[in-house]
Design a protein around this ligand. Structure first.
Ligand code: SF4
Ligand code: SF4
Ligand code: SF4
Length: 188
């Protein structure tokens, strides 16, 4: 079915706003769980997504065997691109939709057709290891809508975050436990 451009954009806007609300809702639920679990803690560790360069150390330096760091997707910022460079290899020569060109080493990103020419990308957190490959890929040619966050339903809130000791960009920061996520927004 063909849609007039204004209707298509309006439907796309509705879709994106709705998904962004879901994303914020999930973060809010995690924040509430954190607050009830550790009322005594006033500050927690978090990643500043505007400083993170996706170096990969979040996957390997957390004290937990499965890192507390997971990828988050800002639906509000996403272009819903067919050739997403956070999903497929951002190498221009290899930029095509063959399964062998997927970037995520664990298959944690799901790609779903919405309507021509838009695709939705969601993260399966149970598979995400926080490696940051998709973050680098999206920032290279996309709009940076994929980014990393420390999930507070997993994090032990170590006295000194082991990732923070090795982070090359100073992206691990203390934030109030009452607002424990640093989410990207459309116009920061
Ligand atoms: S590429 Fe890495 S950070 Fe991104 S979803 Fe996959 S495992 Fe998570
Ligand atoms: S504070 Fe500890 S558990 Fe949390 S992300 Fe850092 S190293 Fe991992
Ligand atoms: S160690 Fe720092 S720069 Fe590297 S992925 Fe983690 S937050 Fe980003």
């Amino acid at each position: 079915m063909n849609h007039p451009p204004s209707e298509l954009l309006s439907r796309r806007r509705f879709l994106k706003d709705g998904l962004w609300t879901v994303s914020l809702g999930a973060a809010g639920a995690a924040a509430a769980a954190l607050a009830s679990r550790s009322r005594a803690k006033e500050w927690v560790w978090q990643i500043d997504p505007y400083k993170c360069i996706g170096c990969g150390r979040c996957a390997t330096h957390c004290v937990l065997s499965e890192s507390a760091v997971k990828c988050v997707h800002a639906f509000e910022m996403c272009g819903y691109c067919d050739l997403c460079t956070g999903y497929f290899s951002p190498d221009p020569k290899a930029l095509q939709t063959g399964a062998e060109h997927q970037l995520c080493p664990t298959g944690a990103i799901r790609r779903r057709f919405i309507e021509e020419p838009y695709f939705e990308f969601t993260i399966d957190e149970s598979r995400c290891i926080g490696c940051g490959k998709c973050v680098v890929g999206c920032a290279a040619f996309g709009n940076g809508s994929l980014f990393l966050q420390i999930r507070h339903d997993r994090c032990l809130n170590c006295n000194e975050c082991a990732i923070g000791r090795v982070c090359p960009s100073g992206a691990i920061v203390r934030v109030p436990a009452s607002a424990p996520y640093l989410l990207k927004v459309r116009n920061p």
